[in-house]
Structure formats: C-alpha cells, structure tokens
Ligand binder design. Structure first.
Ligand SMILES: NC(=O)c1ccc[n+]([C@@H]2O[C@H](COP(=O)([O-])OP(=O)(O)OC[C@H]3O[C@@H](n4cnc5c(N)ncnc54)[C@H](OP(=O)(O)O)[C@@H]3O)[C@@H](O)[C@H]2O)c1
Length: 259
C-alpha cells in the first residue's frame, strides 16, 4: 500500500519519468511532472487530472520551491521526490569528448539533482515523512568505453544517495537509488547520439531491454514498502545484458611517441 499522497518526478516529459508519472497517478498519487518541454508535459497531464505539469529546468538557478509553493494543495507539499532528469551526451573516449557535453552532464545529472533535493528535503525531515528516489545507472558502477563523465556523474548519484541515507539517520525519511542497465523506448540514446538513428538502432539491435514500465513498477514497489523498510539500492539489467569483464591490450606499444 502506498503511504504517500504526492510525488514530484523530474524528467517527466519522456522515458522513465513519463511512465512513472502515469503509473503513480493511476494509483491515486498527486504527481508534479517536471521537465523543460511544455507540450510533452501538457500531453502527459491530459491523461490524468492528478498530474500537474511544471515547466522547470533543473539546471536553472531558480529555486523549485518558489514554483511548488504556488500550486494548489496537495501539490504544494511533496512526499516523494523522484530525481530522474538526466542525460548522457556522446560516447567518445575522454580524449575526443566535447567539454560542453561534460559540462551539461555535470550540470544536469549532479547539480540539477542536488538543487532539487536541497530544496525539498528539509520539509520532508521537518514532517518526518518523505521518500527520495534517485535514478543512477549501472554506468556508475561498471565502466565502459566512452562512459567517462556520464558514468562518473552516476557514481556521484550512488554515493550521494548513500551519504543522504546516513544524514537521514534518526528520521523516517527514506532514500533509494535505482541503477538501471540497458533500457529501450526512451529518448536516452537519441539524446546521447544527437539524433544519429544508426547509432541508436545499433544500441538496441536484437535485444529486449528494460522498459520504462519496468522502472515505473520498481518505483511503485519501493514507495509501497512498509515504513520500517528502506531499500538502499536496486540494480536492474535486462537478462540479455551482463558484466563485460576486464580488457587486455596485446602487444601494447609502451614507447613515447614524438610530438
Ligand atoms: N535509458 C537508459 O538506458 C538509462 C539507463 C540507466 C539510467 N538512465 C537514467 O534514467 C534517467 C531517465 O532516462 P530516460 O532513458 O528516461 O531518458 P529520456 O527519455 O531522454 O528522458 C530524460 C528526461 O529528462 C528531462 N531533462 C533533461 N534535462 C533536463 C533539465 N535540464 N531539466 C529538466 N528536465 C530535464 C527530459 O525532458 P526535457 O527535455 O523536456 O527537459 C526528459 O523528460 C536519466 O537520469 C538517465 O541517465 C537511463
């Protein structure tokens, strides 16, 4: 049974966030759906009157609280925060990556998540009621070529979640991190490969990956756990995906090359 009345979901205009909003609203929660694209949020909000669209860029300096306080009750008090907005940009090796892409990932995946959490957490602690669910990634634990800064931002999300958990000692506020592996039916790879349809196709070719519904089901499960139980971390992969092992370069050239 869900013990919470309201949820705020960042990154609600597509992928996981969209499905999470739909599912939580269908279970009777009042859901604030946050993203930058007004049209997508409007389309989502049409599906259920319990969904309140809120256009907000998590990288902006505006405090999200000023926007939430203006909403009609019960939307003006958030019980569950789903920090889902995030992105990967590029999959080139570090030496070829664009610094602008690195900056955007840090701004969104780290600073955006921090700012929204910082704005909403004090009220949860004050009321001794709340749940923060951070969307990390297997990329935060298991390195892969070209995962450089994206994986590092998700490692931050995982460690921040653990540290939050220690800070919440002595309160009833819960915190979990969900770390998904390969997921399909989202805009993630389109964003990462900047619309390169061939690269996107190759990511999912001949696989059955995790769906946004699987992630939404996990969120619903977590917020339905009894008050005494905190699930710290959930790592999810499709059955077709597993660990890659360490790599070895044979006949490696160790001599310095002239400039
Ligand atoms: N798909 C995967 O394979 C996968 C695997 C592991 C983890 N994840 C993580 O799961 C989360 C959701 O991924 P997804 O696959 O659902 O991606 P998606 O389909 O691309 O959705 C990303 C969402 O984030 C929003 N967003 C991006 N920048 C934002 C900003 N500055 N302010 C507010 N909203 C912003 C986007 O909306 P607007 O553009 O409208 O703002 C969109 O709603 C991300 O954190 C991602 O890193 C994804």
């Amino acid at each position: 049974m869900v013990l919470y009345k309201t949820a705020l979901v960042t990154g609600a205009s597509a992928g996981f966030g969209y499905s999470i909003c739909e599912l939580l609203a269908s279970k009777g929660l009042h859901v604030i759906a946050v993203a930058r694209r007004k049209d997508k949020l409007a389309e989502l909000a049409k599906k259920n009157p319990l969904i309140m669209p809120l256009v907000y860029d998590v990288t902006s300096n505006e405090n999200i609280i000023t926007k939430i306080e203006k909403l009609a009750p019960p939307f003006n008090q958030v019980d569950v925060l789903i920090n889902n907005a995030g992105l990967a940009l590029g999959q080139d090796k570090s030496q070829h990556a664009l610094i602008e892409d690195w900056d955007t990932m840090v701004e969104t995946n780290i600073k955006g998540l921090l700012h929204v959490t910082h704005a909403l957490l004090p009220n949860m602690v004050k009321r001794n009621k709340g749940y923060v669910i951070n969307i990390g990634s297997t990329a935060g634990t298991w390195p892969y070529e070209g995962g450089n800064v994206y994986g590092a931002t998700k490692a931050f999300v995982e460690q921040f979640s653990r540290n939050l958990r220690t800070d919440l000692k002595g309160t009833a506020v819960k915190i979990s991190v969900i770390k998904p592996g390969l997921c399909q039916d989202t805009e993630f790879s389109y964003t990462r490969f900047k619309g390169d349809a061939k690269k996107v196709f190759d990511v999912y070719k001949d696989t059955e990956a995790i769906s946004p519904h699987d992630i939404a089901d996990m969120v619903l499960y977590l917020i339905s756990t009894p008050p005494h139980l905190n699930i710290n971390s959930v790592e999810m992969m499709p059955v077709c995906q597993t660990y890659g092992g360490l790599s070895v370069t044979r006949n490696l050239d160790l001599k310095e090359h002239p400039n």
